[in-house]
Write a protein that binds this ligand. Structure first.
Ligand code: SF4
Ligand code: SF4
Length: 69
């Protein structure tokens, strides 16, 4: 199952079949968009994303898709 987090032009998608909840995305994001909820990554305040793509690179399971990356 994939979940989409959207604000303005930015869409971040997390594939929950791939996400293991290890939290590399939480650590990698410089503006704290990611958090863990129930052992899975969620994205919050997506409008504050600076489109650096660090989350996509950091995820060891290719679980994150980003509209700008
Ligand atoms: S880095 Fe990837 S696998 Fe780890 S919590 Fe984030 S989305 Fe899930
Ligand atoms: S692209 Fe950069 S700022 Fe945006 S959610 Fe990913 S790590 Fe955070």
């Amino acid at each position: 199952m994939k979940k989409e987090f959207k604000e303005g032009d930015i869409i971040i998608t997390v594939d929950y079949d791939k996400c293991t909840g290890a939290g590399e995305c939480v650590t990698a994001c410089p503006v704290e968009i990611f958090a863990l909820e129930g052992g899975k990554a969620i994205a919050q305040n997506v409008g504050e994303c600076i489109e650096c793509c660090a989350c996509v690179s950091a995820c060891p399971n290719d679980a994150i898709e980003h509209s700008s990356c």
